[in-house]
Design a protein around this ligand. Sequence first.
Ligand SMILES: NC(=O)C1=CN([C@@H]2O[C@H](COP(=O)(O)OP(=O)(O)OC[C@H]3O[C@@H](n4cnc5c(N)ncnc54)[C@H](O)[C@@H]3O)[C@@H](O)[C@H]2O)C=CC1
Ligand SMILES: CC(=O)C(=O)O
Length: 298
Amino acid sequence: ASAFSLMQSGLFSELVLIDANRDKAEGEAMDLSHGAPFARPIEISAGAYDDIADCGLIVVTAGANQKPGETRLDLVNKNVGIFKQIIPEIKKRQCEGILLVVSNPVDILTYTALKLSGFPPSRVIGSGTVLDTARLKYLLGQRLGVDSRSVHAYIIGEHGDSELAVWSSANVSGVELYRFCELCGHFEHEQNMQKLYEDVRDSAYEIIQKKGATYYGIAMAVRRIAECIMRDERSILPVSSLIEGYYGLNGICMGIPTIVGSEGVEKVVDVGLSGDEQLKLLKSAESLKKVLDTLDLS
Ligand SMILES: NC(=O)C1=CN([C@@H]2O[C@H](COP(=O)(O)OP(=O)(O)OC[C@H]3O[C@@H](n4cnc5c(N)ncnc54)[C@H](O)[C@@H]3O)[C@@H](O)[C@H]2O)C=CC1
Ligand SMILES: CC(=O)C(=O)O
């Protein structure tokens, strides 16, 4: 799905698919190529690691996905094992492009990719809470009857069960969120926001229960991140990257609003957190740190 959204983006002249299952990569490349006459010129093929050498953006989506009832963190051992095969192959090709991790648990695997690749931290990005933030904007837009692009609010922290919503700075085109809610006739802020947060946090579980996996939301999120990088947009997205000195946090990757441009991570931005949000962020970081401490990434 990410490849499908990228081929339609017009951002790339070449798209190479690498998969342990060569037939799958070839079948997908053929199927995608048949749509090429409807998009801007793009060459799509199944390839091998040598194709990575001159690649501008490497998107890693390989790995096990959640089965109904599994958390993202339950995938850690399997997918760290897979990253131990993939990332050294990428490292060998001395590519100067940006590494974008999508596989779950994305924050742990972004950190794993950083350690195993030897890339500078600015060039290793995870999709972080970009998708969760889109889910929040969508649901708020629906509830308030406005275009979700006019909603400015973030989900930050782990892309997973300990993530948090930053309500303190949330707004609709500059109008403070709770005031906008009141203008729309909604007054039970705490109760409503808690319900919205839970719906966002549990979206993937619900989709996986119903259709087996999530595809399109993440594909659009990948395309948006790619656009920021390839067009050097310097837009702010809550991607996952190495956090150093953010509210006292160090040595983990997680989703925090970040200026993203052609160099990858340009700057992690402090959007200002309330005391309660700071505590929740520390808890989220702790749950990631606990998992990282169990891994051998040497
Ligand atoms: N960050 C996010 O927001 C999201 C992350 N995901 C994650 O993306 C990952 C992939 O999910 P799906 O595409 O649904 O799974 P999938 O099972 O459809 O595809 C995974 C692919 O990885 C390949 N693969 C496995 N080991 C490999 C290796 N060593 N080298 C190369 N290829 C290898 C498999 O052959 C398979 O084609 C999962 O970890 C899932 O949790 C999925 C949706 C959203
Ligand atoms: C699977 C996953 O991480 C998501 O859709 O949020």
